[in-house]
Design a protein around this ligand. Sequence first.
Ligand code: HOC
Length: 405
Amino acid sequence: GENPLFNTDPGKLEDQAKAKLTQNGWYYASSNAGQSHTHTANRQAFYRHRIIPRMLVDTEQRDTKTTIFGHEVNAPIGFAPVGINKIYHPQGELPVASAAGGLGLPYCLSTAGSQPIEDVAKSNEDGAAKSKDGAGSAVRFFQLYMPHDDELTRSLLQRAVDSGYTACGLTLDTWQLGWRHDDVATSNYAFYHGIGADLGLSDPVFQKRLREAGIDPKKQPNEAGAMWIDNVWHGRAHTWEKARWAMGLWKELSGGKPFYLKGIQSVDDAKKCVEYGFDGLVVSNHAGRQADGAIASLDALEKIVAAVGDKTYVMYDSGVRSASDVFKALALGAQFVWVGRLWIWGLSIMGETGVDHAIRSLCAELDILMNVGGFQSIEQIKKDGKKNLDSGEKTYQLMNIPSKL
Ligand code: HOC
């Protein structure tokens, strides 16, 4: 049949992933909160801005490279933290971390990962080492969902430090899952069954908790998975003080490496992020999977950059499907952009080859966009991009958004 990787169109990749996944898996991956209003708003916000290409610019020496927290990477595009990758591939996060290493792009491992922190690190290193064009590099961050069990948090962060994760991002918006109709229809299958919760089950402190509770994970995998979920997605938000405590702990263990907050949507919260001394923030609404009706992430980005863009390191996540989306987020003030669903589709279709295909294509598309748009560097897009955007609400807001994007 047709080579499933013939096409680079994200909508086609999404179709192919859907055809490969079980219904439960597809529902979990694709579902958004409520009526998908925020998911749609994320996409619509991109449509409201148009790039104004510049002519007669020498772009022959253009470069997609940039830096993130002092690491040079091949593009301003990172692998956003996405949990339970065993839903999409039997080896879960391993092929993803390997592909990221091969592409020389930062990989962020989720606390909801379905492989141990240490194994993912090794796969990331191996991927960088085997990169054919020598362009690989293993830059990896750890995303924390913080339990209300400080000993467990310390253990997770210590493992991340020991395995070479060089920054930590605390996600603030998902201590319980949003109401996602499709996922609810399958009784939140992946979530409540703790599918592939190996990151947690491999933790020595969590293993102690299992023993204390009299649960043998080999004989009672469902109970063990459910207990991990209860510990980490506990349904109770943390406080700003507790987030600062987590930063202090990470800094103590890592010797001062960066600690940022993910899930910021309000200007006031962004200001607090600065006030509390965090090293950065990710403007994100969890791809529209948490609070339905929440502000589009790109609209939040503009406001947050205006308020604190010169005071902290602002990154972007939610709804990115193409190079023009990356360009627009950078032009509107993001220093870096994270992508999730695109590589999930690649992973579901064809494992590491599929992940590499989806994200390599996105990087190639960015390179071509810079060439035909007249931009030589990522820094130049960040500096001049906004004046080369036409942000015409009235002109563009009625455009028909393809439903599956
Ligand atoms: C094992 C529990 O980011 C999502 C995820 C939340 C992870 C919880 C997984 O579904 O949006």
